[in-house]
Design a protein around this ligand. Structure first.
Ligand code: HSE
Length: 400
């Protein structure tokens, strides 16, 4: 019998218990023996819940119990999650976590601790919720050099962009709706300003590069400045605006960024709508692959956590090699990448021609007193200089 502990009985932790209870029989067959949740660590008590008999309040109870082989961390945040996870690995227990903040900040170190103790640290649910992208990168795509990984990795903002495109409504209205539906947090900053997606693309890039990418280095722009007028322009161009997290090979490093992009109909991420996530991968041998599905929520995320538990159970006493060296990768300067840019300005055609040369105008009659246009290809650095020369730039969205 494999005995496990769950640290944090919130949305994900309670989902983990539910997944194990619901699919107990098939999970046990896959592991080859029984599985039991022995402890639930939480600050709270759950008097009306049958799990109360398993609730403990001190993480040392778990760390010091030799019967516990696997620990699930589903508390979120860096502390005390980091201290608790480190203690579990140091005590010779394998750990799986859904906590992207923890993985982005301490992934390399926790993998090294796991190796030292001949256990494993897994984090499938930290990116893309229920979508199997981490194991795909670590197992199925190891024959490739990954040249690009780009995704819609934040369900809240994708829901909001989808609603704005469908209804033509303003950002604040759709944010309120997302909060009422329980998708967006009361403080939505991490989602709408792209920080959540930034952590996720930092994790994915660390895995494809095999070394640490600091999410603080990732240039991040959110969706809070997108308006209903931008959506009108996007429709006129037959495009959608999506918050993309992208990582593209640039020599021996990667250009990594999070920002809204205007995607064409033939882009693989064009049809990813609502709270769904998708990750597009281009490998030098594989060509293209796409991973699509439920990127958040209790049961999809818990499903990925429990899949890690099964994998950990199958590898007790054996560390699975995973390349994520702690030396920091210097990512490429995003201002050197070449793109086209969609611009809205109050300036006149002469000033536009003087700053940008020849451009393509997008005519949206509802957008009175301004012009919208598409630039030719140029670096971000060149764009910034031209935009400064033009002045009165009301919006810029990258055109993929
Ligand atoms: N806030 C995240 C999202 C949750 O909306 O995708 C999953 O990481």
């Amino acid at each position: 019998m494999i005995k496990i502990a769950v640290m944090g009985y919130g949305t994900i932790g309670s989902g983990v218990v539910q997944v194990i209870e619901t699919n107990q029989e098939s999970i046990c067959k896959k592991i080859g023996e029984g599985i039991e949740v022995k402890y639930i660590l939480d600050l709270r008590d759950f008097e009306d819940d049958p799990i109360q008999s398993k609730v403990v309040h001190d993480y040392q109870t778990i760390a010091q119990d030799p019967e516990i082989a696997i620990v699930v961390e589903s508390m979120g945040g860096i502390e005390p999650a980091y201290t608790f996870v480190k203690a579990m690995l140091s005590a010779g227990k394998s750990v799986t976590t859904s906590n992207k903040a923890l993985v982005a900040a301490h992934g390399a170190e926790l993998i090294a601790t796991a190796k030292e103790k001949n256990v494993n640290f897994m984090f499938e649910a930290s990116v893309g919720g229920g979508i199997p992208i981490i194991r795909a990168l670590n197992s199925c795509l190891t024959a490739d050099r990954i040249e690009e990984i780009s995704g819609i990795v934040n369900g809240t903002t994708n829901y909001m962009m989808t609603r704005m495109a469908e209804e033509g409504c303003e950002f604040d209205d759709v944010l309120r709706e997302a909060q009422e539906k329980g998708y967006a947090e009361k403080d939505p900053t991490a989602d709408i300003e792209g920080h959540d997606a930034g952590r996720k693309i930092a994790i994915l890039t660390s895995l494809i590069a095999g070394q640490q990418v600091d999410f603080e280095d990732v240039h991040t722009e959110g969706i809070s400045k997108i308006t209903a007028t931008d959506i009108l322009y996007a429709k006129k161009m037959d495009r959608v605006i999506k918050l993309l997290a992208t990582s593209r090979q640039a020599g021996d490093t990667y250009t990594v960024m999070v920002a809204p992009f205007l995607l064409p109909k033939d882009h693989p991420l064009y049809t990813v709508n609502g709270v769904f996530n998708a990750v597009f991968v281009h490998g030098n041998m594989l060509g293209d692959a796409m991973f699509y599905g439920s990127g958040a929520g209790s049961l999809p995320t818990a499903s990925a956590v429990v899949a890690d538990v099964v994998e950990l159970a199958k590898h007790i006493g054996r560390h699975i090699e995973l390349e994520w060296r702690p030396e920091k990768l210097e990512i490429a300067d995003y201002k050197q990448q070449t793109l086209r840019f969609f611009v809205r300005t109050g300036a006149d055609a002469d000033a536009i021609a003087q700053a940008f040369g020849s451009v393509t105008y997008i005519d949206v009659p509802e957008a009175e007193g301004e012009k919208g246009f598409l630039t030719g290809e140029m670096t971000e650095e060149a764009y910034e200089k031209k935009a400064e020369a033009l002045g009165d730039v009301r919006q810029m969205i990258r055109y993929s």
